[in-house]
Design a binder for this molecule. Structure first.
Ligand SMILES: NC(=O)c1ccc[n+]([C@@H]2O[C@H](COP(=O)([O-])OP(=O)(O)OC[C@H]3O[C@@H](n4cnc5c(N)ncnc54)[C@H](O)[C@@H]3O)[C@@H](O)[C@H]2O)c1
Length: 290
């Protein structure tokens, strides 16, 4: 593994180490929030297959979390499940004591409302921010001290392409994911400033075929395809091992926020051409508990 590499040019990073090394999954304890379904489940299964010492699956739906750990233990790998509502900071702190030291935390749990601003109710809006943004603080703060003590590990945040560009019917979701991007970049800056080897990985995928965005279509599949959850899970696990700081999928998503350079009129026109807002027409979002 590479050690810290110091940036050398004057003013570049001011001598802050550029961390290049990742966290090997084999032998690590990996915790996945929202691991009972969709992308979180896939990441849990992949981490187990890659030789994780133990995979800890947290989900508000404990039955689903246990189904995933049963899938893992059926392959003679270690796994444990816990019912945790990550909106509850106290519940997160006590579940973290039960989980013990963790090397890789994957903040994957997320919710979407999918309503127009005036159609979304207050409870749903609050829930989006509590799960997608505030819980990042509760979960990361529960495990980071142990990682810093051991000077190893990775905190993964599954944000979204919606955290790079605002989309119709996503005033809550998009804003919560922009905040998740800011959280993760700031955390990376803190870790670098502290010369820590703990890594922070930001993941911004376009739509994934998990069912969370059922009904959403892509108008330009050659440029912005709907992603397969297994491919995203592979990229996440691989990114942790390689010590990547940010993953944007598909890479064409990088172009979308760049459209801002065209001014708002050019930006809106190209967003229309790409169909990014109109493809939401048949989307209403998952109900809580669905
Ligand atoms: N599906 C997509 O198109 C897409 C695209 C970009 C980013 N993402 C992000 O990827 C992540 C996973 O999405 P997914 O498609 O697998 O979603 P999903 O709905 O299939 O799974 C989300 C899981 O999170 C759990 N969860 C919800 N609220 C929780 C809470 N309060 N406490 C604990 N667990 C909770 C759910 O029970 C569920 O098991 C989310 O953060 C989502 O925003 C999804």
């Amino acid at each position: 593994m590479l050690g810290p590499v110091r940036a050398t040019g004057p003013g570049v990073g001011e001598g802050v180490p550029m961390q290049r090394s990742g966290t090997p999954i084999a032998g690590s304890r990996v915790l996945v929030t929202g691991g009972g379904r969709g992308l979180g489940r896939r990441i849990a299964l992949r981490a187990a297959a890659r030789g994780a010492a133990e995979v800890v699956v947290w989900d508000v739906d404990g039955e689903r979390a246990e189904e995933v750990t049963a899938e893992i233990t059926a392959h003679h790998r270690r796994a444990s499940a816990a019912t945790v509502d990550i909106r509850d900071a106290g519940a997160v702190a006590s579940a973290a004591v039960g989980a013990g030291d963790v090397d890789v935390v994957v903040n994957c749990a997320g919710v979407v409302t999918g309503r127009r601003l005036l159609d979304a109710d207050e409870a749903a809006i609050r829930r989006t921010f509590e799960v997608n943004t505030l819980a990042l603080y509760w979960v990361t703060r529960a495990f980071l001290p142990g990682m810093l003590r051991r000077d190893r590990g990775t905190v993964v945040t599954i944000a979204s392409a919606a955290g790079m560009v605002g989309v119709a019917r996503q005033t809550d979701y998009s804003a919560s994911k922009f905040a998740a991007v800011g959280f993760t970049e700031s955390l990376r800056a803190e870790l670098r400033a502290e010369r820590s080897h703990v890594r922070s990985l930001l993941v911004c995928p376009y739509y994934i075929d998990t069912g969370m965005f059922e009904g959403v279509r892509t108008r330009v599949p050659w440029l912005l395809p709907i992603l397969r959850e297994d491919d995203v899970a592979h990229a996440v696990v691989d990114g942790v091992e390689r010590g990547r700081a940010q993953i944007v999928l598909p890479p064409a998503v990088w172009l979308v926020p760049g459209l801002r350079l065209l001014g708002t009129r050019g930006f809106d026109t190209l967003m229309d051409v790409l169909g990014i807002n109109h493809t939401m027409d048949h989307f209403v979002g998952r109900r809580p508990g669905a």
